[in-house]
Design a binder for this molecule. Structure first.
Ligand code: ZN
Length: 471
């Protein structure tokens, strides 16, 4: 009697789980049978919604990166083209090539790094591209996840939705894969605070995958992804694997001094680690720093250089050009010292709203400036442009030097070379100089390290693209 009851109980329990176990076995078999090509071509767009890289932090627009990648797994060759469409027409167009024992990358349109080629690690980069690219297919993620013994999987069946949710028993962090069953498709991955939702599935055929997916972070949309092309590849076109003409391999040494005087009142600090330039002006014993980018560590380095050089001077102001995170992240070091932040209304509001500053924002002191305002020998200009809703540059009147961030991204000497495009933000910047008849000698960019860019070169670059409209 007792034995019978026990047997019945075991039978009933197994009955339910047997059913689910069959479903999971079928899924495992389904994905085992899917053959993914080892050599392939893929094209996709990824759009990231980053508040403090947007045109307006109050109305987040996406930044789209377009990729074309080709993998030749027989030879271990790879070709990748990435066009980053940053606001203001900055289409940074980078090509990466891995061929034999060589791997290199360069800017196709010469924006950002001019005619430089950088050598990169062969094995690391090949492994990255091969894995990262195929993993954009939900079927590749599912196949890798289910390539495991059945008894290491924990699962829960939702008969209403005809879905099964599966976790790996051994996994420390919670990773959950959710599959629909008819047809069998990986629909969602939940990993910690990150959720991937797959959509727009290709019709069932030899290789089915989701052509779109969204990534949510803490339930907020972080990025959207669209796969426009995927197919098996015989080999990569040999032209794509060649060294481009007119480019030179970068030399690592930097001949420019970290700190130097570049005008009667202007000094430059070139930070090799972050590849950023800071300018500061000194009138009598009053110093204005232009730029507080990247991090508090960089600001500490800048402040200690100034302290060493001018122990008796007083830093009264620090200027930030626009509210993008990489241009304001170094502000707190200045705030601690009671230094006043110079900014326009919009940038000031952006700083006040910036999440990492919320603890200390009450201690921030601001000097609000309007377009064309002059303060301590510096005139501030705000030409309208598509990179940021309000973005300024500083014109040091006495030295005819401009300090700008994200209006222009040309690589300075010794690789100063015109890009094949002129971004809209760059045109707006140059046109403001012309309209206001500003006497300019050189332009210092916050990004990039090295020498300043002569205005004579900028005139030629503008002429080349804008032809007879140029001054
Ligand atoms: Zn920016």
């Amino acid at each position: 009697m007792r034995t019978t009851a026990l047997i019945t109980l075991i039978f009933l329990t197994n009955c339910g789980s047997n059913n689910n176990e069959t479903i999971v076995s079928q899924l495992i078999t389904h994905y085992k049978n899917i053959q993914l090509p080892a050599s392939y071509a893929i094209a996709f767009d990824a759009t990231y919604f980053t508040k403090y890289q947007s045109y307006d932090y109050n109305d987040v627009n996406g930044t789209t990166f377009s990729y074309v990648t080709e993998i030749d797994d027989d030879n271990k060759y790879a070709y990748n083209r990435r066009i980053s469409n940053m606001g203001g027409g900055f289409a940074f167009d980078y090509i990466t090539v891995i061929v034999g024992s060589e791997a290199f990358e360069y800017s196709f349109n010469k924006l950002w790094s001019g005619n430089i080629i950088d050598s990169i690690n062969v094995e690391e980069n090949y492994a990255f591209f091969k894995k990262d690219r195929v993993n954009r297919l939900n079927s590749a993620r599912a196949k890798a996840f289910l390539d495991t013994p059945l008894d290491s999987l924990q699962y829960e069946f939702d008969s209403n939705k005809d879905e099964i949710s599966i976790r790996k028993a051994s996994q420390k962090d919670t990773v959950q894969f959710i599959f629909s069953l008819q047809p069998m498709r990986l629909k969602k991955i939940i990993e910690g605070n990150r959720t991937t939702i797959y959509k727009k599935f290709k019709p069932e055929g030899e290789l089915s995958y989701a052509t779109e997916f969204d990534e949510l972070i803490d339930n907020e949309l972080g990025s959207t992804h669209v796969i426009t092309h995927f197919e098996a590849l015989e080999k990569i076109d040999s032209e794509k694997l060649q060294l481009p003409e007119g480019y030179t391999f970068s030399k690592k040494e930097n001949n420019d001094e970290a700190f130097s005087k570049i005008g009667d009142i202007s000094y430059i600090i070139r930070d090799d680690r972050t590849r950023r330039n800071i300018l500061f002006t000194k009138i009598d014993d009053q110093i204005t720093v232009l730029g507080a980018p990247d991090s508090n560590e960089l600001s500490e380095r800048v402040l200690s250089i100034i302290d060493n050089e001018f122990p008796n001077a007083k830093i009264s102001h620090v200027y930030v050009t626009h509210m993008h995170s990489d241009h304001i992240m170094g502000l707190e070091e200045y705030v601690i010292r009671g230094i006043t932040i110079v900014a326009d209304q919009f940038t000031m509001e952006g700083i006040k709203d910036y999440e990492p500053f919320q603890q200390s924002i009450a201690t921030f002191k601001f000097k609000k400036i309007e377009d064309r305002a002059i303060l301590n020998g510096i005139q501030y200009h705000y030409p309208k442009n598509g990179h940021c809703k309000s973005q300024g540059f500083a014109y040091v009147i006495a030295d005819q030097i401009i300090y700008q961030g994200d209006f222009m991204q040309l690589s300075p000497k010794p690789n100063l070379i015109a890009s094949t495009i002129i971004p809209e933000a760059t045109s707006s910047f140059i046109e403001r100089i012309y309209q206001e008849d500003l006497a300019v000698n050189t332009i210092v960019g916050q990004h990039q390290i090295g020498s300043e860019i002569p205005m004579a070169f900028i005139n030629q670059y503008y002429q080349m693209h804008k032809g007879k409209n140029a001054k």
